[in-house]
Design a protein around this ligand. Structure first.
Ligand code: ATP
Ligand code: MG
Length: 720
């Protein structure tokens, strides 16, 4: 008999993968192979049951998970893998809307608003209402807007419900935002879900079309779907189709965004013809890591108890490390990474996880200094970098708007972004005046700039210059391939020269990366146009460049969902940070339990090594000295060890125990240090070399010792 993909699974996993005549629900803890089963099931359906791959849909939680699933399926299904529909729920909604958005009053080429675009929309109302950004940040307002939308509260309802001046102000901003958005016929990320749901719900033809396309629908991370997403999943599941949902209620970490664990728990009520499979063997982590994680999550009262066991060999305990100063924590982590890297661990197998995005800063800074390659997921992502957005905005201005297409208004955002990149001497006041005049004439900003009425002659001339630049770009679009057109645009607009003059090598490199991205996308889809490229990149916010593939990954715990790494550093493990200050202040059991689930997710990302670090330095944010996380107390001592500061004698004893030949020892002693090297000093501990002048090394050590100038060839100093 030929090999079956099912042979790679254990009995329960096999049952879940091969039950294809009912709906299937897999409930199981972290690392028990839920995602693996889901992929095996798809391979089984295609290879062994003969289902057409394009009739299979898999919904993943992040773009990164989509990418990984595509790659893994490709190894088994080859070309057929590319036809399986794998996407995030947002990308699926875009697909649905691009085909039929006209049925609900949007152009099919509607613009997708990312957070920067949303802020551009808010700017005029902030100005008009004279709102102080420090008192009411746009991020906060956008959070409220998203919250209203997820609870189906429209602006008028929000205004009616407002009880304080503050909430009334936010509700008014919401109204303004929605009016502006609707005028542009654009959608933000929340709208994508809401509008796709509306379309499927109200339009039988569209719903039937999608139902007829799909036989098997899979949803990973099902514990985190919210009611709208669940509604969409239900609507596209036809009577003949089967759903397979997998999830772990202990990993529900998006209740703050409306996710509801009840959905997975009640699933068999909605879909009565349902088989439930429980998986209990963990294939990811060693015993100390798994047992410690199991113990931590067991402190949650609001849960169904699970027993997970592992046979993964390895008994390295969890390393705990406290630093007394904030700046020492990343130094320690960098030193550990270098050590482990030298011992053969690839950078890409190491992750730094933190509760909140801001934690990345101090680690980035040290990694940059000592030359550890790293990539940030979910921080400043490639497509969100300033230069990339500017270049995309210029490209957007080169698309051909239809005179009757309301989408023309979305060009305004692009103009606002690049009008003074490089400087063109059109000041904010003039821009505001142009925008106001455009609004009163019901034309977009580009049309306004073509023919301003009540604007000074000097500004008119500058507008003319900008308009003719854009018209020139548009007229040359056909002369180039898409990727070469980018070069033309960057050259003609003076944007590249501006970066060159400012010596912005990194930004220039990013733009080169954008060019290869366009080329790569064209290879994948030769019919791609500038329009479709621009429409779709707004979704790929966590697409990463190949350059960064062998890098340490930095990300929030939320972004790490579903992923696994050989070595995980869980950093800034302080009370007020993890659990977050808000959950501590609220003090409610529910919010603390969500933080504990998050902690469980973080710990269970590690396969063989887990290192937990924190610092007891002063926090400006918390306005106090920090203490370790309360969750630390929940990790049994038998699975951890402390990293005590190294005693003075250590260097000597190391030398005595060393098995290195004398010549090697001399070499090591006489080693040359370079700027950025991590070093160990027998008295001052760990430090970073700031400068080398002849035989004098200037080294920054941790608090108390500070910066020291040392004899670089003295045996007390060695590379870490
Ligand atoms: P999470 O809850 O974190 O999403 P999961 O349940 O989806 O975890 P997977 O990521 O599918 O777990 O699996 C964890 C690891 O265990 C993966 O490396 C996977 O390849 C491996 N694994 C799962 N099942 C088996 C098996 N039967 N044999 C060998 N390896 C397995
Ligand atoms: Mg998974």
């Amino acid at each position: 008999m030929s090999e079956s993909v099912l042979d790679t699974l254990n009995i329960n996993q096999r049952k879940a993968a091969s039950t294809i005549d009912t709906h299937v629900r897999i409930i199981a803890g972290a690392g028990s192979g839920k995602t693996r089963v889901l992929m095996a099931r798809i391979v089984y359906l295609v290879k062994e049951v003969g289902i057409m791959p394009n009739r299979i849909l898999a919904i993943t939680f992040t773009n990164k998970a989509t990418q990984e699933m595509k790659e893994r399926l490709h190894t088994q299904l080859k070309d057929e893998a590319s036809v399986v529909r794998i996407s995030t729920i947002h990308a699926l909604c875009v697909r649905i809307l691009r085909e039929d958005a006209d049925q609900i009053g949007y152009p099919r080429s509607f613009t997708i608003l990312d957070s920067d675009d949303q802020k551009q929309i808010l700017r005029p109302i902030y100005k008009k209402m004279d709102i102080d950004l420090k008192q009411l940040s746009m991020a906060k307002v956008l959070g409220y807007i998203s919250g209203y939308k997820s609870e189906h509260i429209d602006p008028d309802m929000a205004i009616a419900m407002a009880e304080t001046d503050n909430s009334e102000q936010i509700a008014n901003i919401y109204k303004f935002y929605e009016d502006a958005r609707l005028e542009m016929k654009a959608m933000d990320f929340d709208d994508l879900l809401i509008e796709a749901h509306k379309l499927l719900n109200h339009n039988v033809d569209v719903r039937t079309k999608w139902q007829n396309r799909l036989d098997y629908i899979h949803v990973d991370e099902f514990q985190d779907v919210d009611p709208v997403q669940y509604g969409i999943i239900r609507l596209i599941t036809g009577k003949h189709a089967f759903l397979c949902v997998v999830g772990d209620p202990d990993q529900t970490i998006y209740t703050w965004r409306g996710a509801s664990v009840d959905i997975i728990l009640r699933f068999n009520k909605d879909f009565e013809n349902c088989e439930t499979v429980i998986l209990d063997q963990n294939y990811r982590s060693t015993k100390p890591i798994l047992e410690a994680s199991n113990k931590v999550i067991s402190y949650n009262q609001d849960r169904i108890k699970k027993d997970l066991y592992t046979q993964i060999p390895g008994d390295d305990k969890i390393l705990l490390h406290a630093s007394s100063e904030e700046g020492d924590e990343p130094l320690f982590v960098a030193r550990e990474i270098s050590k482990r890297h030298k011992n053969g661990i690839d950078y890409k197998d190491i992750a730094i996880l933190y509760r909140s995005n801001y934690s990345s800063r101090s680690f980035e800074r040290v990694f940059r200094t000592v030359g550890i390659p790293y990539i940030i997921y979910g921080g400043i992502r490639f497509y969100e970098r300033q230069e990339i957005k500017d270049a995309l905005a210029y490209l957007k201005l080169c698309t051909y708007p239809d005179e009757n297409d309301p989408e023309q208004f979305s060009l305004d955002l692009a103009i606002l972004r690049v009008i003074n990149q490089p400087r063109r001497g059109i000041g904010q006041k003039s821009i505001d005046a142009l925008r106001e005049e455009a609004a009163s004439r019901h034309i977009n900003l580009f049309e306004e700039m073509r023919d301003p009425i009540d604007i000074s002659n000097a500004i008119k001339r500058k507008c003319e210059g900008f308009v003719s630049l854009i018209l020139d770009l548009r007229s040359h679009r056909k002369d180039y391939s898409l990727e070469d057109f980018l070069d033309y645009v960057l050259d003609k607009t003076g944007y590249l020269k501006m970066l060159e003059d400012e010596n912005e090598t990194e930004r220039i490199e990013n733009l080169k990366e954008l060019k290869s991205d366009i080329a790569q996308s064209l290879k994948e889809d030769p019919d791609m146009t500038l329009e479709t490229y621009l429409q779709d990149v707004s979704l790929f916010t966590d697409k990463t460049s190949d350059l960064a593939l062998n890098s340490v990954s930095l990300m929030t715990v939320h972004a790490a969902k579903g992923l696994e790494f050989d070595t995980v550093f869980l950093v800034n493990f302080n009370d007020g940070i993890f659990p977050s200050a808000r959950s501590v202040q609220e003090g409610g059991r529910k919010s603390l339990e969500e933080e504990r689930r998050l902690c469980y997710v973080a710990m269970t990302r590690a396969k063989r090594n887990l290192i937990i670090t924190w610092n007891t330095g002063y926090s400006y944010m918390l306005d106090t000295y920090k203490i370790s996380s309360r969750f630390l107390m929940e990790i049994p001592k038998e699975y951890t060890y402390d990293d005590k500061p190294k005693p003075k004698v250590e260097y000597t004893s190391n030398m005595m125990q060393s098995s290195m030949s004398p010549s090697k020892q001399t070499m090591k002693k006489n080693q040359k240090f370079r700027k950025g090297d991590l070093v160990d000093h027998s008295v001052y501990g760990q430090g970073v070399v700031l400068k080398i002048e002849g035989n004098v090394a200037t080294v920054a050590f941790s608090h108390k010792f500070g910066v020291k100038k040392l004899n670089a060839s003295h045996p007390s100093l060695k590379k870490a």
